[in-house]
Design a protein around this ligand. Sequence first.
Ligand code: ZN
Length: 249
Amino acid sequence: MLTVYHTKKEFEASDCRIAVLPVGATEQHGSHLPVGTDTIFAERYARELAEALGAYLLPAVAISSSIEHRKGRGTVYLKADTLALVLRDIAESLRFSGFDKLIIANFHGGNWIIKPTVRHLNRELGDFQTILLYAGEVARPRYHEIFNHVQNDVHAGEMETSLMLHLHPEYVADIRRQHEAAFVPQAFMDYFDVGDITPDGYWGFPEDATAEKGSKVLALMLEEGIKYIEEVERVTKQVKARNSREAGQ
Ligand SMILES: [Zn+2]
């Protein structure tokens, strides 16, 4: 694995062609989790992925698209368009310096803009491939194996609090249900600030969190994440082989 602690010479000596970029957020996570929660998770997830893949672990993009949390003190956001531009520049510069794949290990659900950005980058940068790995998405189909709640556990709830209890219990403050577990649809973040629709800022069931669930979900995210990357690789090879056969005819 390469990191920013390696020298240019060490990069030159390495045949590593894959980079992993953690994307977190700096946003309120209720009264019980730190504002850097998503970044702490993204860094850990990306590190484990980079180790497994022998990749270049990049420093995290720690400020991202969190405008919906702007009323929580401590929140800092980029506008979605700005985040898209940042990611485009990162992909372009990696390609220029000899990498051929970027894996974006995203841990913030509000970063919707990454998806169309990746879709465009994969048409614009030749053979350079950008893969979006949203930890919560790849693991979600199997959340029912771990969690009591798979619906309405959106933010600083059972999943995130469990993961923090596993990784850094010292960062988890007293968890107490602050309000009735009644929720509007998640899409209402398009219209309202989270502070206006959740009294404390969390959205879900943190009171059901345990460190054991956190350890299980991290393992699941890694397992499903690696599977997803391998599947993209398998289909990429197939498509390339088919295209070169057709070009040869
Ligand atoms: Zn979060």
